[in-house]
Design a protein around this ligand. Structure first.
Ligand code: KIV
Ligand code: ZN
Length: 520
């Protein structure tokens, strides 16, 4: 295969994905997702928009320092201050890319930028040249290309290549394109731009009409060799093209697509679960590839067919995307070394002996309650203990007793530590979880509103751990908290407390396209 046969997978879960209202992630959570993407061998990880806030800058910097095998990218408007900030944040990266953009559609140029097409070309060229001072790997995006004029796109892309851009991205920013027409646009750009062979054409499709994956694939069919996408299709509004769907479509239909990806697809399900757990965005059961039912056969005819020959109803193997990794891995007699070695095998390493000891002690507690421990349990256990450490835990759960009985009002007795001081209270509620949350609020008085409460079982069986996500909102500041335990009321309390710890210090950041200051 020649060089052009590789389809570059550019993941923007940490940047565009984080633009989904409610999907904000902390620095440590971003690093964990980035490491999972690196394990999947994603080519480019867009880690954030460094100028947006100090938190965004630090997250891009942390991802750049932590990731060794994937290229780490930072987003920048076509402005000197944005590019300098991105260059600074990416200093520690083994391989860095700056992604700079400016809008090119008539409506955006006239109404938003109030700039002439000439000024837009000039600013784009200037920005690319400035980005080249930091790295040779520069991507240029023509924002709202889906509604831009073809001749103008040809003009700005030709100038962008001359200025040093190595990737040209064609975003369907508002999800307006139709597959056949979008594919033709990519073909026309490649044919009409005289120096088009000097850059890789990329697409970035939004899902407003449910066509993000179809549009991305139509572009690939017409020569695009980079797709920008997100895990679980997370992203602004209706989301971006889903990474798992694009990658598995290309892999399943080599007869159609003249390219391949370098991804380790067996990491897909683990990464999808991590993103879902951290963001609190559940994956619908019938979601392609990563939904719980994606490989489940309910009807007798289908089951019969699959038992006789799997190919009768299955076009992919569940294990190829990581569904069959649910095997018993460790038990109550496993030692500290086996624990550390196995976690290293699934890509989790510890920063200090103290962190390892804490996780091992949580593992022992879990092993007392749960006979078989799976990879997913270990992931949750480490997520749980890391988020507790990271938030500096002003509020800690000491003990919780909940009474729930037929015909009686559920009641919770709770002891917390708040800034090192033990405090206790009790509350009644509509159910045991409601009572526990009311007891927490009686003590911390966070003034937040519960926006989302979701429980997922990490593995199957009635002794499985419940993984709870709680989303709290206060004055536009939204946070997600996670907690896992074999007792779902305890898991719920842990998740609520984790969210409360995050809400104590709100952060302001800018939206890359609108420039609005957002509190996240
Ligand atoms: O949707 C969009 O246009 C973007 C750009 C910044 C690439 O996210
Ligand atoms: Zn976007």
């Amino acid at each position: 295969m020649n060089q052009s046969d590789q389809l570059i997978i550019f993941d923007t879960t940490l940047r565009d994905g984080e633009q989904s209202p409610g999907a904000s992630m902390t620095k440590d959570e971003k690093v964990r997702i980035a490491k999972s993407l690196e394990r999947m061998r994603v080519d480019v990880i867009e880690a954030g928009f460094p100028i947006a806030s100090v938190g965004d800058f630090e997250a891009v910097e942390a991802v750049a320092n932590a990731v060794k095998d994937s290229t780490v990218c930072g987003l920048a408007r076509a402005l000197d201050k944005d590019i300098d900030r991105a260059g600074e944040a990416l200093k520690g990266a083994n391989s860095a890319r700056i992604h700079t953009f400016i809008a090119t559609s008539p409506i955006h140029m006239q109404q938003k930028l109030r700039m002439s097409p000439e000024q837009v070309v000039e600013q784009a060229v200037h920005a690319i040249k400035r980005a080249r001072q930091y790295t040779k790997n520069v991507e240029f995006s023509a924002e709202d290309a889906g509604r831009s004029e073809l001749d103008f796109l040809c003009r700005i892309f030709e100038a962008a290549i001359d200025a040093g851009a190595t990737t040209l991205n064609v975003p369907d920013t508002v999800g307006y394109a139709m597959p056949h027409q979008f594919g033709e646009t990519i073909r026309a750009l490649r044919e009409k731009i005289p120096n088009s062979d000097k850059a890789i054409f990329s697409v970035h499709c939004h899902n407003d009409l449910g066509l993000a994956v179809a549009n991305s694939l139509a572009a690939v069919d017409n020569g695009a060799r980079q797709v920008e996408c997100t895990i679980n299709g997370l992203g602004e509004r209706a989301g971006n093209a889903s990474l798992e769907e694009v990658v598995m479509a290309v892999r399943t239909r080599p007869d159609i697509y003249a390219c391949h990806t370098e991804l380790d697809t067996t990491q897909i399900v683990t990464c999808s679960k991590l993103v879902s757990n951290i963001t609190g965005f559940p994956v619908q059961p019938n979601k392609a590839i990563v939904g719980a039912n994606a490989f489940a056969h309910e009807s007798g005819i289908h089951q019969d067919g699959v038992l006789k020959s799997r190919e009768t109803y299955e076009i992919m193997r569940a294990e190829d995307v990581g569904w069959s990794r649910n095997r018993m891995v460790l038990g109550k007699h496993s030692g500290r070394n086996a624990f550390r070695t196995h976690l290293e095998e699934i890509g989790i390493s510890f920063e200090s002996e103290e962190e390892l000891n804490e996780a091992f002690s949580r593992f022992k507690d879990l092993a007392d309650k749960k006979h078989e421990i799976f990879d997913e349990d270990l992931q949750a256990l480490v997520t749980d203990s890391r988020s507790a450490r990271e938030e500096n835990e002003r509020v800690k759960l000491i003990s919780l007793k909940v009474c729930s009985e037929t015909g009686e009002t559920p009641h919770a007795n709770l002891v917390l530590s708040l800034d090192g001081k033990e405090i206790a209270d009790s509350a009644a509620g509509g159910g045991p979880v409601d009572a526990a949350f009311k007891a927490i609020e009686a003590l911390v008085n966070s003034g937040t509103e519960l926006q989302l409460y979701s429980v997922n079982n990490i593995t199957s069986g009635t002794d499985a751990q419940g993984e709870v996500t709680v989303r709290l909102e206060k004055g536009g500041h939204i946070v997600n908290g996670q907690g896992a335990d074999t007792d779902i009321v305890i898991a719920s309390a842990k998740a609520y407390i984790n969210a409360v710890n995050k809400i104590l210090e709100p952060v302001e950041k800018a939206h890359p396209q609108t420039g609005d200051r957002l509190t996240v």
